[in-house]
Ligand binder design. Structure first.
Ligand code: NAD
Ligand code: DAU
Length: 348
C-alpha cells in the first residue's frame, strides 16, 4: 500500500522541489494542496504532473471543509506543510493575509490531523523559518534552543503557527516535527525575493534596489539541499523535535550582490563592472532584521545532513536556470507582478 502524504504549498518555490523529490520515490503517493496564489505556479511541476503517484488539488488550507474531506478521502500517513504567505515586504503592507493563511490555515490542518493522532507512525511536519528567532548581532547563531523573538508580521505569523503545532503536540498528542530553515535560493524562486529579483533586473538593465546600506546578513541554502533535508527529517526525524537547517553560508547583502553582478556579467558577455553600476541604495525595509545565522549541528550530527554545494556552485546553477527559462520568468513577471513592483519600488 502506498504511503499517502498531504503536501501543502507544493506549487511554490520550495514546495515544488519537495514534491518532485517525494514523487520520485515510488513508495509515496503525494496529494498537493495549493491555492495557486501569485506565488504558486503549476509550471513548476510539469515534469511530475502525469506521475501515477501524484495528485493536485487546487484549494485553500483555511477551507476546513475541503481539508477535512481530503483527510477522509485519503488515509494520510503524514502532512508536510509548506503553504504560506512567505514574503516579508508583503507582510508589512498586508499582515492580515499572513494571519489568515499562516496561522488560521495551519490550525485548520491541525484540526483535521488531530483525528488521526491516535494512529501509529503518523507525522505532521511543519516547515518553518529561522526568522522566528528574531535578529542576531554580529556574533552567535540560532540553535533549536534560541527563544522566539519574531520582528516582522511574517515572522510573527510563522512563530504563531509553530506554537500552535507544538500546542497540538502537547494537548492532543499530535505527532509533529518542525524545521526552521535559513534563506533558500535556486530554480523557481519567485522574483520578488532578492536573488531572482536581481537576476531579472540585471537581465533587463534595471536598477538593483538594495535596502539601507546593504549591510544585513543572510545565511543562504540551495533549495535542493533544503528538499533533501526535508525528506530526511520526514523519514527519520524524531517526533516532537525541532531541527534547524542552514547553509553555514553567511553573506552580507552587498557582497552577495557584487558576486552576482560579476557572475551575470560573465554569463551575459558584458564587460566586468557593468552590472555593479546598476546598484541603487533605497529606503530600508521597516524593522529590517540585521543578521540571521543557523547552527545546523543537530541535523548534521543526528541525521548526517550537510549542504552539497558551495554558494558559488549553487549561484551559478541558479543563474543558468533563470537564463535558460526565459518563458517562466516572463510569465511570472508580467501583469500583476508589475503592479506589485511599481507600488513597492517606485519613489522608494
Ligand atoms: P512561496 O511563496 O514560493 O510558495 C507558497 C506556496 O503556498 C504557493 O504555491 C502558494 O500558492 C501556496 N499557498 C499560499 N497560501 C495558500 C493557502 N491559503 N492555501 C493553500 N496554498 C497556499 O513560498 P516558499 O518560499 O516556497 O516557502 C515555503 C515554506 O517554507 C513557507 O512555509 C515558508 O515560510 C518556509 N520557508 C521559506 C524559506 C525561503 O527562503 N523561501 C526559508 C525557510 C522557510
Ligand atoms: O530566513 C528565511 C526567510 O528568508 C524565509 O522565511 C522567507 O520566506 C524568505 O522570503 C526569506 O526572507 P528575507 O526577507 O531574508 O528574504 P528577501 O529575499 O526578501 O531579502 C533578503 C535580503 O535582501 C534582506 O536583507 C532584504 C534584502 N533586500 C530584499 C529585496 C527584495 C534588498 O536589499 N532589496 C530587495 O529588493
Amino acid at each position: 500500500m502506498a504511503h499517502n502524504i498531504l503536501v501543502t504549498g507544493g506549487a511554490g518555490f520550495i514546495g515544488s522541489h519537495v514534491v518532485r523529490r517525494f514523487v520520485q520515490d515510488k513508495k509515496y503517493h503525494i496529494v498537493n494542496l495549493d491555492k495557486l496564489t501569485y506565488a504558486g505556479n503549476l509550471e513548476n511541476l510539469t515534469d511530475v504532473e502525469n506521475e501515477v503517484n501524484y495528485e493536485f488539488v487546487k484549494g485553500d488550507i483555511s477551507d476546513s471543509v475541503l481539508v477535512q474531506k481530503l483527510f477522509e478521502l485519503h488515509d494520510f500517513e503524514g502532512v508536510i506543510h509548506l503553504a504560506a504567505e512567505s514574503h516579508v515586504d508583503r507582510s508589512i503592507s498586508n499582515p492580515l493575509e499572513f494571519v489568515q493563511t499562516n496561522v488560521i490555515g495551519t490550525v485548520c490542518l491541525l484540526e483535521a490531523a488531530k483525528n488521526w493522532t491516535k494512529g501509529e507512525g503518523k507525522k505532521f511536519y511543519h516547515i518553518s523559518t529561522d526568522e522566528v528567532y528574531g535578529s542576531l548581532g554580529s556574533e552567535g547563531f540560532f540553535t533549536e534552543k534560541t527563544s522566539y523573538d519574531p520582528q516582522s508580521p511574517y515572522s510573527a505569523s510563522k512563530a504563531s503557527s509553530d506554537h500552535f503545532v507544538r500546542a497540538y503536540g502537547n494537548t492532543y498528542q499530535l505527532p509533529f516535527v518542525i524545521s526552521n530553515c535559513s534563506n533558500n535560493y535556486g530554480p523557481n524562486h519567485f522574483p520578488e525575493k532578492l536573488i531572482p529579483l536581481l537576476i531579472n533586473n540585471i537581465k533587463n538593465n534595471r536598477p538593483l534596489p538594495i535596502y539601507g546600506k546593504g549591510e544585513n546578513v543572510r545565511d543562504w541554502l540551495y533549495v535542493e539541499d533544503h528538499a533533501v533535508a526535508i525528506k530526511l527529517i520526514y523519514e527519520k526525524g524524531r517526533i516532537g523535535e525541532t531541527y534547524n537547517i542552514g547553509g553555514f553560508n553567511e553573506w552580507k547583502n552587498i557582497d552577495l550582490v557584487e558576486l552576482l553582478c560579476d557572475m551575470m556579467d560573465e554569463k551575459l558577455g558584458n564587460q566586468k563592472g557593468t552590472s555593479r553600476k546598476l546598484i541603487t541604495f533605497v529606503k530600508d525595509r521597516a524593522g529590517h532584521d540585521l543578521r540571521y545565522a543557523i547552527d545546523a549541528t543537530k541535523l548534521s550530527k543526528e541525521l548526517g545532513w550537510k549542504p552539497s554545494l558551495t554558494f558559488e556552485e549553487g549561484l551559478e546553477k541558479t543563474v543558468d536556470w533563470f537564463l535558460g527559462n526565459e518563458k517562466w520568468l516572463t510569465d511570472v513577471t508580467t501583469g500583476v507582478y508589475m503592479n506589485y513592483y511599481e507600488e513597492h519600488y517606485n519613489n522608494r
